[in-house]
Design a protein around this ligand. Sequence first.
Ligand code: URA
Length: 208
Amino acid sequence: MAIVEVNHPLIQHKLTFLRNKDTDTKTFRETLNEIAGLMTYEATKELKLEETEVETPLMKTKSYILPDKAVAVVPILRAGLGMVDGILALVPTAKVGHIGVYRNEETLEPVYYYCKLPTDIAERKVILVDPMLATGGSAIYAIDYLKENGVTDITFMCLVAAPEGLAKVIKKHPDVDIYAAKIDQGLDENGYIYPGLGDCGDRIFGTK
Ligand code: URA
């Protein structure tokens, strides 16, 4: 298990534009995907490769490629969708699953309202994405769901994480690697991350 704050200057620079309340929807969307791509570069550095042979204009040589079933990307609905294109730009052969889940506030049980995963997901490394790791509830439920479906190699990728949510996810799923562009100060009384960037779904889709 690893918690990685990806402190690359390009990521930190771009995150400033996402935090800015005056950033327009188009710029927000594009910048979020750019950060997702940069974080993917970091989060995939342990991917296993297969040896192959390739013929250059000069000679045959040994080289390396990703196996067919290397990666699946799974956004948690809806804000996770805002990072998918950026990840696929770097790993175009990845398959994409979706998990929509919320907590029933009466029963306190998770309600999986829309879940669709690639059939071979258990053979892949899964990059689970949600830009905001706030209380950790959705992340924990989504990881539960992936494990129930046989997934053993999970990396959770978010943009901003609250320390409270991080602690909960690590406690329940210590085997999952977590990548965040920034670990923020905490959660406010409404469950928003501060300083954060507001409601990420609304900012991606322009619904506010
Ligand atoms: N979800 C968001 O979109 N923003 C937060 O700050 C917390 C959860």
